[in-house]
Ligand binder design. Structure first.
Ligand SMILES: Nc1ncnc2c1ncn2[C@@H]1O[C@H](COP(=O)(O)OP(=O)(O)OP(=O)(O)O)[C@@H](O)[C@H]1O
Length: 319
């Protein structure tokens, strides 16, 4: 595999307290990897370490390397990191207003990230910004470009953040619960956009989420964190069907990654995998779901779950 991001023995701590321990993983070009784990297991600190955005008093050790960048990211200076952030490495957070400036028009904010990293005229950047807003399917992009963040819905704001993240065709996109605050339909549209964007640009995706259905929908590989460590990793289908770590099995059993019978309740499927508890024996996960409601209507196996994601399984042997 051609690794674009290599994290090697990353440890993060605050004073003497270890928070992330000995985490190693790679992301290949165009690869979509989920990072799951209970609250406080170290997912966000891992992603923030990659961006060099750890909070005051929290320090990283180990190695983080980005293909094409000849220096180490752990301990790199603000100047070096500033050249990489927003260009090769971008992040989409859960709450779009933490990323957007409430006093600046949307189009100017998108244009700014283009101009920081490449020498293009203000006019060209503005025109490209409108194209990017169109790419994330915002209605009337030229008008949206003139709007301020408070004039958009939460889902539209998150699309703007995605447009900013995609602006410079990054090598790696880190997403930290980007769809958690959105309603089910908007969440599905956002996932489809992210999937399409990484496919178009060949970016690697690290997707942090609590929602295992989202992982089954969008990711090929998954890393499971527990107590600051990666306790299990592998292709989504393998890890979800045959979890090896007790914690992963518990996480799957507690998840709502199961078929919805239309009642809004989430029944247990008979014949489920021991330990995981909810999947039909021999089921195969589809990881290239378009994540759109209309797809689910056409194909019953693409079933919306109560958690707002999509359980993308179908019986083994079906194409
Ligand atoms: N600034 C900080 N100082 C000290 N400890 C911190 C700091 N930020 C986070 N932590 C601790 O580090 C651990 C990992 O936090 P992190 O935010 O990475 O977890 P997470 O897996 O992303 O959780 P969540 O799913 O709730 O976002 C937690 O125990 C958290 O309390």
């Amino acid at each position: 595999m051609n690794a674009v991001l290599t994290v090697d023995r990353l440890s993060v701590g605050a004073g003497d307290t270890p928070l992330v321990r000995d985490v190693s993983f790679t992301l290949g070009r165009g690869e979509r990897v989920g990072l799951i784990g209970e609250s406080g297991s170290g997912k966000s600190l891992t992603a923030l370490s990659v961006l060099g955005l750890l909070p005051e008093g929290v320090r990283a050790e180990g190695s983080i390397r980005l293909a094409g960048v000849d220096h180490e990211l752990v301990g790199a200076g603000e100047r070096e990191l500033g050249r990489i952030r927003g260009k090769q490495l971008t992040m989409v957070f859960q709450e779009p207003m933490t990323s957007l400036d409430p006093t600046q028009r949307i189009g100017d904010q998108v244009a700014e990230v283009l101009r920081i990293h490449s020498r293009i005229s203000r006019t060209a950047a503005r025109a490209h910004a409108v194209e990017l807003l169109e790419r994330v399917r915002l209605p009337d992009p030229a008008r949206t470009a003139r709007a301020y963040p408070h004039q958009l819905s939460g889902g539209q704001r998150q699309r703007v953040v995605l447009a900013i993240a995609l602006a410079n065709r990054p090598a790696v996109i880190l997403c930290d619960e980007p769809t958690t605050a959105l309603d089910v339909t908007v969440q599905a549209q956002m996932l489809a956009l992210i999937e399409q964007a990484v496919a178009d640009d060949g970016s690697a995706l690290l997707f942090i989420t609590h929602d295992l259905a989202v992982v089954a929908t969008i990711c090929e590989r998954v890393l499971v964190m527990y107590g600051g460590r990666i306790v299990e990793s592998g292709p989504v289908a393998d890890v979800f069907r045959r979890p090896r770590h007790r914690y992963t099995a518990g996480l799957l059993a507690a998840s709502d990654l199961t078929a919805d019978d239309g009642t809004g309740r989430l029944p247990t499927i008979p014949g489920s995998v021991p330990g995981a508890g909810r999947f039909p024996a021999g089921c195969v996960f589809r990881t290239r779901c378009a994540a759109a409601t209309d797809v689910c209507a056409e194909l019953p196996e693409w079933t919306p779950t109560g958690g707002g994601g999509y359980a993308c399984w179908h019986p083994a042997g079906t194409p």
